[in-house]
Design a protein around this ligand. Structure first.
Ligand SMILES: [Zn+2]
Length: 354
């Protein structure tokens, strides 16, 4: 695969237009296509580069993302339905989506996602999910009613892989936040519109939080360990934290997923000021150093708190977020109301610790 130039502005706009067409014109009988798009966008962030090259993605990796996406969604929703068997949200117009039974088997045997991942049942479950991804959404996502719009990927000559076409990984990385929001909101509307869900959903308004939100209780279970690891100090201002908060170092709005090493202990005030901004390079330096010194301790705490551990993936997500920020000339948060532009030091820091 040769390296070619990143997509032009015109190609980027055309790409977003096609994504929108896939979501609005495709015929969806299950939520798989949303999950597939989210999985591919995520893997482009973790494994891709910003130049225009093609990228091979293992279908097994897509299947693992599927299990992860449906894990939280297959938990019982609400508490008003007495019969537990019926309070999992429907994900399909017909019978319940098959991925749900794969996930439920894992959940019943292992309780939590991190434990399921470490179990002997994980590999066969991924194999089953891989078959499902291949049979169901993979070759249907790019079909509209009367048209094939296969701009994203094709079969790869490498067995068990798909090949993202030229420019696709770069575009998915650039527009990750937009694509995630689009796919999530379409997914949510699909679930709301299924008649089987109407009784379950009732008048509650926390569906988005349930389907895609951060697992706050899991995050809180990390607080004590992170306080030990950070010597009781806020990662950002380095002052003592009495009653702190857990912040996503790479903001949740940019990468909506809980990864253990992305979590930091902060003051409520520092967290509020930082909001959805990237942290300044001086904080990036401290965050990378913390993860290098205490990576194993964080992993251990995360396993107890049921949070995904993937240090290398977390660092590449940070690399992607800073490169993306740099390309947009994004302001980064320093302290209080102070922001500053990126100097470029983030690049050498990520190489140094990466
Ligand atoms: Zn602070």
């Amino acid at each position: 695969m040769t390296s070619i130039a990143a997509p032009t502005a015109e190609e980027q706009v055309a790409f977003l237009g096609k994504i929108e067409r896939l979501l609005s014109e495709g015929q969806f009988v299950a939520t798989y296509k949303y999950a597939l798009l989210l999985a591919i966008a995520d893997l482009a962030v973790k494994l891709g580069r910003d130049h225009g090259s093609e990228l091979d993605l293992p279908i097994r990796a897509i299947a693992e993302e599927f299990i992860e996406l449906y894990w939280r969604q297959s938990a019982p929703y609400g508490n008003s339905v007495a019969d537990g068997a019926y309070n999992v949200l429907q994900q399909n117009t017909g019978r319940q989506a098959a991925i749900i039974s794969i996930v439920e088997d894992l959940r019943q045997a292992h309780g939590t996602l991190p434990r399921a991942r470490q179990s002997a049942a994980w590999a066969p479950a991924v194999t089953e999910a891989t078959r499902l991804v291949r049979d169901m959404p993979l070759w249907r996502l790019q079909r509209l009613r009367n048209e094939v719009l296969d701009f994203l990927y094709s079969e790869s000559p490498v067995a068990g892989h798909i090949r993202l076409k030229h420019g696709v990984a770069a575009n998915l990385r650039r527009f990750h936040a937009i694509i995630v929001r689009l796919a999530q909101s379409e997914w949510m509307h699909f679930i709301q519109a299924l008649p089987g869900n109407s009784q379950l959903l009732g008048p509650t308004s926390d569906l988005g939080q349930f389907l895609f939100g951060a697992d706050r209780s899991a995050l809180l279970r990390m607080a004590t360990s992170l306080a030990d690891i950070q010597n009781g100090e806020c990662l950002y201002c380095r002052r003592r934290v009495e009653r702190g908060e857990i912040d996503h170092f790479v903001p949740w709005s940019r990468y909506p997923r809980d990864l253990a090493h992305n979590l930091v202990l902060t003051h409520k005030e520092c967290n509020r000021h930082k909001s959805d901004l990237l942290a300044a390079e001086t904080h990036l330096d401290r965050w990378l150093a913390r993860n290098q010194a205490h990576g194993a301790a964080i992993s251990e705490a995360a396993r107890t708190a049921n949070i995904i551990v993937d240090l290398a993936g977390t660092v590449s997500v940070a690399g992607w977020a800073y490169a993306h920020g740099a390309s947009l000339h994004a302001a980064t948060w320093l302290r209080g109301d102070e922001v500053e532009p990126l100097s470029g030091r983030w690049r050498s820091l990520l190489v140094e610790y990466g």
